[in-house]
Ligand binder design. Structure first.
Ligand code: HEM
Length: 430
């Protein structure tokens, strides 16, 4: 919602719709840190124990501290971009460093402590998750360094080394989107798409090769300096080939996943299926834009950069996370309600009753509308205000759907308590 309101304000102010506009930098982090990081870090703490028998260290205190620091750090970073006040960047560095260091330590500690009890068949998901965590650490380190420069926490002085600085945002975005977000969605999808969407499983050829290959290409792009996208026409042929190969990897993954979804065993698509379709369509388009950048660098420009960011962040990543929320939230509420009742109670809602399909589809329609308008606004910035309004409607409907599910869960827990209180002592025992 904050991203939508900031985008609306930016459209109203008429300042240029380019990646360096402070309001756009704030929007980028409301979405990448505020939406993606909070959902993905939370989901990892839930999915890892179920999918791999690996438990994050001290989950209660870890999740509380990470949630608080991540939320306040994201707000501080965004206010820092818009107000250009160094104190907010400094606060963001402290809070976000605390959030990600604690999270990475708790997960790494769990991966090491439970390494011998990981579930069979979890290797492919764990390889992708570990690489995604390494990409996240790289993204965060670069982000904290840049925010520290803006906050005056440290400086590089007038050293010749400064010359490489101007390319850092590109490297930061490359590891953030093609590394962390891309690898985590790939890794998790190996399990959740076949399980929740009743599709065939991903072939071993893909699950063994794709994630390590993407990571290797990111390392090649980093070491060869090809990540300086803003002057990619200077990129040498090997660098452009590495960029094209990365785009091809995501094109293959996107097309293959789309095919799995179109040939799934359950005929009628459900809301999460539509969100996955939107995510894969955006990823395939982004990969094609990436290929044209590597093939015809002269075409690179603000419009193409904004289109790539729009297709990868709200298009691919937010669609995938939004869709998964409609699987994760009802399941967790149902699971926790069941755990509170030592016997079967008929009034406990089924998983499907926590968020109805029409409500989820209404939100999907608003999300799809926002995506189309955001993409079009890259070419016609006059469409930015309607795009911001559609994004706000989508955020509002998502919040309403989750709030109503939580209210149903709270009512159910109250009824379970009342029912148990009315039962004789020994009938309450599990
Ligand atoms: C600790 C967390 C983070 C911090 C402190 C941070 C900080 C920054 C800073 C300071 C910039 C502006 C670069 C400049 O000085 O011009 C920036 C740009 C950006 N960051 Fe982050 N960032 C963080 C995490 C992320 C993550 C996780 C993602 C994505 C997955 C991300 C995506 C972006 C994008 C898209 C831009 C825009 C730059 C461009 O258009 O090239 N950031 N970040």
């Amino acid at each position: 919602m904050l991203a939508a309101l900031t985008l609306g304000w930016q459209a109203w102010s008429g300042t240029p719709y380019i990646r360096w506009n402070p309001a756009i930098l704030a929007v980028a982090h409301f979405l990448t840190l505020g939406v993606l990081a909070s959902a993905m870090l939370g989901a990892m703490m839930q999915i890892l124990p179920v999918a791999t028998h690996i438990h994050v260290l001290r989950p209660r205190i870890t999740s509380a501290v990470v949630h608080a620091c991540l939320t306040l750090g994201t707000l501080s970073l965004a206010i820092g971009f818009i107000s250009v006040k160094a104190v907010f960047h400094t606060a963001a560095v402290v809070l976000l460093a605390a959030a990600f260091l604690l999270f990475l330590a708790a997960v790494a500690g769990g991966l090491w402590r439970d390494r011998r009890q990981r579930s069979p068949g979890s290797a492919e998901i764990l390889v992708a998750v570990r690489l995604a965590l390494a990409a996240l650490a790289t993204t965060i380190a670069l982000g904290l360094f840049m925010a520290g420069l803006r906050g005056g926490v440290w400086s590089v002085g007038a050293t010749p080394a400064g010359a490489w600085l101007h390319g850092l945002p590109d490297l930061h975005v490359l590891w953030g989107l093609a590394g962390w977000v891309g690898l985590l969605v790939i890794g998790i999808s190996y399990q959740v798409i076949p399980i929740f969407q009743a599709t065939e499983i991903y072939p071993k050829r893909i699950t063994d090769i794709l994630a390590p290959l993407v990571f290797l290409l990111l390392v090649v792009l980093t070491l060869s300096g090809a990540w300086q996208l803003s002057n990619s026409h200077a990129a040498t042929l090997p660098q452009r080939l590495a960029g094209a190969a990365l785009a091809l990897c995501y094109l293959v993954y996107g097309l293959f996943t789309a095919w799995l979804l179109l040939t799934r065993k359950r005929p009628s698509p459900e809301p999460t299926t539509w969100f996955w379709h939107a995510a894969m369509a955006s990823l395939v388009l982004a990969a094609l834009v990436g290929l044209t950048r590597s093939g015809w660098p002269a075409l690179a420009g603000h419009t193409q950069e904004m289109l790539l960011g729009t297709l990868l962040i709200p298009g691919f990543a937010v669609s995938a996370v939004n869709g998964m929320l409609y699987k994760i939230v009802p399941f967790l509420l149902w699971h926790n309600a069941q755990r509170r009742a030592p016997m079967a109670l008929p009034f406990i809602p089924k998983v499907r009753q926590f968020i109805s399909e029409p409500d989820a589809m209404r939100q999907f329609a608003a999300h799809l509308c926002a995506l189309a308008l955001l993409a079009a606004a890259c070419f016609m910035p006059v469409l930015l205000l309607p795009a911001a309004l559609a994004l706000a409607a989508s955020a509002g409907l998502l919040a309403w759907n989750i709030l109503r599910a939580l209210m149903l869960y709270t009512r159910t827990c109250r009824r379970i308590q009342e029912t148990l209180a009315a039962l004789p002592e020994q009938a309450r025992q599990p």
